[in-house]
Design a binder for this molecule. Structure first.
Ligand code: ATP
Ligand code: MG
Length: 266
């Protein structure tokens, strides 16, 4: 579903040149859940933006569903760390926004999308809040609205950039369970960035570990734990802990060949 071949990203700015990513080869199968971890600034968000078509790669190839990515696609959704809801629109019309902006697919009418929006809000525990405005909701509730919005067009691919990091532990546990359920139901392909190693292990079919800048793939770890899995009570706690320990070790590696020096000082 997603192919990155020899992808690299270099940013040229006033402060110098930043090599954010280099030599990324990553193939994600349909219905696969890949989580992406790495130190702050290693290029995780950049990688998602490349897949989303929000940024062209400096070099290398990016494909989604067998086609080169040339810009945003309607079957790919992006969910950010912050909900980014439109403050003047009600909950339901925020969820409907993607359908209104660029349309849905021809098989579904607007009223079917509206029904689906109600269904999704119900699913994430927001029944009864459809007419509220975003400022009347808590941060966690707003993030659930954002999740519904990214699901409204049943995307083939969901790109999620630390979507649950601002949530309390319980809401995070509930939403990650919900996300796994939705993914199984819709056969969605998900690339999910997180700073929580445990979350990365619990959610993923594979965890991709990036090195510090420039981000290169350090290792891809298969997670062979039966689903559904829970962040909270975990029947497989020992397995999660063991894999987490390994991932922690990879993240803790210090790069000795990579020192960031602004261009002007080189
Ligand atoms: N538009 C841009 N222009 C210049 N440099 C950028 C731009 N976007 C990202 N960078 C640089 O690229 C590197 C990777 O950034 P990115 O946001 O992808 O990191 P990240 O892994 O998502 O970090 P975090 O975990 O903190 O979110 C950083 O050094 C950042 O400064
Ligand atoms: Mg980021």
């Amino acid at each position: 579903m997603i192919r990155l071949d020899g992808v690299g990203q270099v940013f040229e700015g006033r402060g110098g040149r930043v090599q954010a990513l280099d030599g990324i080869d990553l193939h994600v199968r349909q219905n696969e859940f890949v989580t992406l971890i790495g130190r702050s600034g290693c290029g995780k968000s950049t990688l998602l933006r490349l897949i989303a078509g929000l940024l062209p790669p400096t070099y290398g190839g990016v494909e989604v569903a067998g086609e080169p990515v040339t810009g945003p696609r309607r079957d790919v959704s992006f969910m950010f760390q912050r909900p980014a809801l439109l403050p003047w629109r009600s909950v339901i019309s925020n969820v409907m926004l993607p359908v209104e902006i660029s349309g849905g697919d021809s098989e579904r009418s607007k009223s079917q999308y509206r029904d689906r929006a109600h269904e999704l809000l119900d699913l994430v525990g927001l029944k009864g809040f459809e007419r509220r405005l975003p400022h009347e909701l808590s941060g966690g509730m707003q993030q659930r609205v954002s999740l519904c919005r990214s699901l409204i067009r049943s995307p083939k691919v969901m790109l999620m950039d630390e979507p649950f990091s601002a949530l309390d532990a319980l809401t995070r546990t509930e939403l990650s369970a919900e996300l796994q359920r939705i993914q199984m139901e819709l056969a969605t392909t998900i690339v999910f960035v997180t700073h929580s190693i445990e979350e990365a292990v619990v959610l993923a079919d594979r965890v991709a570990v990036l090195t510090p800048r420039p981000g290169r793939l350090r290792e891809i770890v298969e997670i062979d734990i039966p689903r559904p899995r829970s962040l909270g009570q975990n029947a497989h706690l020992a397995d999660v802990a063991q894999i987490s320990g390994h991932l922690h070790g990879l993240l803790a590696e210090r790069p000795h060949d990579q020192v960031d020096v602004p261009e002007a000082r080189r």
